[in-house]
Design a binder for this molecule. Sequence first.
Ligand code: OSB
Ligand code: MG
Length: 378
Amino acid sequence: MMDEPLAIEAVELVEVALPLVRPFRTSFGEEQEKRAILIRVDGGDVQGWGECVAPEEPRYSEEWLDGSRLSLRNFLVPALLSGGPLSNPTQVGVRLAWVRGHRIAKAGLEAAVFDAWLRLRGKNLSEHLGGVRTRVVCGVSVGIAPSIEAMLDEISGYLQKGYRRVKLKIEPGRDVRVVEAVRQALPDVPLSVDANAAYSLADAPMFEALDELGLVMIEQPLHHEDLVDHARLQARIRTPICLDESIRSARDATAAIELGSCKIINIKPGRVGGLVEAVRVHDAALRDKIPVWIGGMLETGVGRAANLALAALPGVSMPGDTSASDRYFHQDLTPPFVLAPDGTMAVPGGPGIGVEPLAERLQSCTVRTETILRRTVM
Ligand code: OSB
Ligand code: MG
């Protein structure tokens, strides 16, 4: 029935570990394997899956995997369950709003509710959110490599597969020289860089040098909580600054646009606390004609499906970091996401997020599970 509420009986936290095809190195460290908490919402007749993308260590943001498990178990899941059946997933954010922060954990839970609620209705997530296309353009994010040769090797493999934008991770000491070498080898490739907040305004001369290399954007050059210095830096360079870490809500997005802190925004549902808030960021940016694209957190197929749903929104006008399963894993948890030779990927159709974890893959990757039951008052 179209208006049937979702009655959640239990929420299961399934921690998984998947080997990465190659270690992923950024200015804040290296990941060897992918760990995530998959969240399964049990709605009796339907179930829904979401992915909590908090990394193992609190380097990208203050959230981390073990902390997310506790915030989900102690606060977020009980707050969700105590409110009774849900007539709409927009109620999730309202029920969780008293918990400050913990956006990545909130986002995983909200995504699972969306999946279950939409499956109950046979409706697709992307269509429900306002998606306007069935295929989206993909880029790829390249970790810091041991040498320029290794990096060029990796990049040429991605370009052969069809990726339409290459993002290079940079850090102090591995920036202008590396980017210059890549630019020289690949004069026409849309290139961007992502500093993951590794610099300060004192490094403006380095960014002025990057400004000469025809980059599509410079992602999160400065402090993860800063807007003002980013505005100062943006005034000194032509290359658009794109904010990632600094944008945690639509409120942040509006402030950043007003201050001139960025000209592009990377939207990640985890970072902003969920799909509802991600759409709000999108809408705020679209209002001010600020291009957005959908970032990534090395998700398994469960999180990737939700990212692709968002990438179909009308204001998403640049290639995302939503790469194919084989860029990350030998085997994904879901049927693999595949890049077409033209550099596009299909947005999953079908009910909910459009994919489910494969039972035997899930079983072989699971390292622990915990079930939180709805408490029935006796
Ligand atoms: O800064 O965009 C980032 C991965 C983990 C944490 C932060 C970031 C990234 C990526 C990879 O750049 C994006 C992806 O391919 O999922
Ligand atoms: Mg980034």
